[in-house]
Design a protein around this ligand. Structure first.
Ligand code: KG4
Ligand code: ZN
Length: 337
C-alpha cells in the first residue's frame, strides 16, 4: 500500500482500540471495543477489570484493524501507542503489544500522549484544518486550553486547577443516579430542563487567567441536592442537569472566546469526550461564528477514546522530530501535556 501507514494502539481507560491511518489523516480502520457494559454496574471504570479486558481484547482488535484496512504487518510504516495519562494496567497492555509489533517488524515505535491524541482527532475530521488554532481539550481526565502555532508543538494557556470537566459531569450524574457515563446522560436530560431554574456558580469566569475549576461547582450542586432533601422538597432532575450543564458551558465558552481574541486566531477546535456535548458545540459555534472565527470539533466516534487519533498524533510527532521511543518505554499514568 502507498503512503505512510501508522498502526495506532489505545488502551488507557475502558476502550481497547487499534487503527490504521494513512499519512496522519486518512483512517483506513478504527476498531473500538468498549468495555462500558463491564463497568456500568460499578458506576465507573474498575481498573482491575479494565486491565484484564484489555489483555483479552488487544490482539483480536489489532487483527481486526489490519483486516479492515486491508493491510498486514509488513505494510506498516510505524506503530504509535498511548503511554499516558491513564490507568497503568491498561497502558502496559497497549505498550507491550506495540513494542512487540515494532520489534518483530522493525518499525519505529512512537510514544503518544493520550491528550495530544484527542486534539489530532480534529485534523482527521477536518483535513483542511491548519494551525494557528486555539484548542480546548475537555475529557474525563483533563481540561486544557492550548495554542497551536504549528502541527507537532503547542503552548499551554490554561488548565483545570482541580476536577476535569468530564469528571464533574460523571460525579454529578452519579449522585443524581441517572447513569454512567454521566456526560451523555446529563446532555440528554438537560434538553427537557430549564437552565435558569437553579442558581449555580461560574468558577473563575471573571479571572484574567485561562485556568478552570470545577470542584466548587460540583460542591454547589451537592449542597443544592442536600438542602432540597432536608427541606423535603422535590428535585427536578432535568432542571438540575440543564442548570449544571449551562454553568459548565458558560465557563468553557468565556475562556475559549477570550483565548481566541488574545491569540488572534481564525480557528478554534474542540476535543476530548466532553466535545460531544451538544450544548457546548451549539453555543461555541454560535459565539465564534458570530465574530468570524471558524469552529470545529471531531465527529462523535473520534471525540471519545479511539486509536485513530493516536495514530494521527504519532504520525505528526514522528514527522516533526523523528523521535523513536526506546524499548524501555514505560507507562506514565500521570503524564501531562
Ligand atoms: O475522552 P474520553 O472518552 O475519555 C477520557 O480521556 O477521559 O472522555 C470521557 C468523558 C466522560 O467524563 C464523559 O462523561 C464525557 O467525556 N462525555 C460527555 C459527553 N459524552 C462524553 N460529557 C458531556 N456531554 C456529553 N455528551
Ligand atoms: Zn480520552
Amino acid at each position: 500500500s502507498e503512503g505512510f501507514l501508522t498502526l495506532g494502539i489505545e488502551s488507557s481507560c475502558d476502550e481497547t482500540s487499534a487503527a490504521v491511518v494513512k499519512n496522519g489523516k486518512q483512517v483506513l480502520s478504527n476498531v473500538i471495543a468498549s468495555q462500558i457494559d463491564w463497568h456500568r454496574k460499578f458506576g465507573g471504570v474498575v481498573p482491575e477489570i479494565a486491565s484484564r479486558k484489555h489483555v483479552e481484547l488487544m490482539n483480536p482488535v489489532i487483527e481486526e484493524a489490519l483486516v479492515k484496512a486491508g493491510v498486514d504487518f509488513t505494510d506498516l510504516s510505524a506503530v504509535a501507542v498511548t503511554y499516558g495519562p491513564g490507568l497503568v494496567g491498561g497502558l502496559l497492555v497497549g505498550i507491550a503489544a506495540a513494542k512487540s509489533i515494532a520489534y518483530t517488524h522493525d518499525l519505529p515505535l512512537v510514544a503518544v500522549n493520550h491528550i495530544e491524541g484527542h486534539i489530532y482527532a480534529n485534523f482527521i475530521s477536518h483535513p483542511q484544518l491548519e494551525p494557528p488554532v486555539v484548542c480546548l481539550t475537555v475529557s474525563g481526565g483533563h481540561t486544557d486550553l492550548l495554542y497551536f502555532e504549528e502541527l507537532g508543538t503547542y503552548q499551554i494557556l490554561g488548565r483545570t486547577r482541580d476536577d476535569a470537566a468530564g469528571e464533574a459531569f460523571d460525579k454529578i450524574a452519579r449522585v443524581m443516579e441517572i447513569g454512567y457515563p454521566g456526560g451523555p446522560a446529563i446532555d440528554k436530560l438537560a434538553t427537557a430542563g430549564d437552565a435558569e431554574a437553579i442558581d449555580l456558580p461560574r468558577p473563575l469566569v471573571d479571572e484574567a487567567s485561562y485556568d478552570f475549576s470545577f470542584s466548587g461547582l460540583k460542591t454547589a450542586v451537592l449542597n443544592y441536592i442536600n438542602n432540597q432533601k432536608q427541606r423535603g422538597e422535590e428535585i427536578s432532575k432535568p432542571d438540575l442537569a440543564a442548570s449544571f450543564q449551562q454553568a459548565v458551558v458558560d465557563v468553557l465558552k468565556s475562556k475559549v472566546t477570550k483565548a481566541a481574541y488574545d491569540k488572534e486566531v481564525n480557528q478554534v477546535i474542540l476535543s476530548g469526550g466532553v466535545a460531544a456535548n451538544s450544548q457546548l458545540q451549539r453555543e461555541l459555534e454560535k459565539e465564534l461564528t458570530k465574530v468570524g472565527i471558524e469552529f470545529c470539533y471531531p465527529e462523535l466516534k473520534l471525540c471519545t477514546d479511539n486509536a485513530a487519533m493516536i495514530a494521527s498524533a504519532g504520525y505528526f510527532n514522528w514527522q516533526h522530530n523523528k523521535e523513536e521511543a526506546p524499548f524501555t518505554l514505560n507507562a506514565n499514568p500521570s503524564l501531562k501535556l
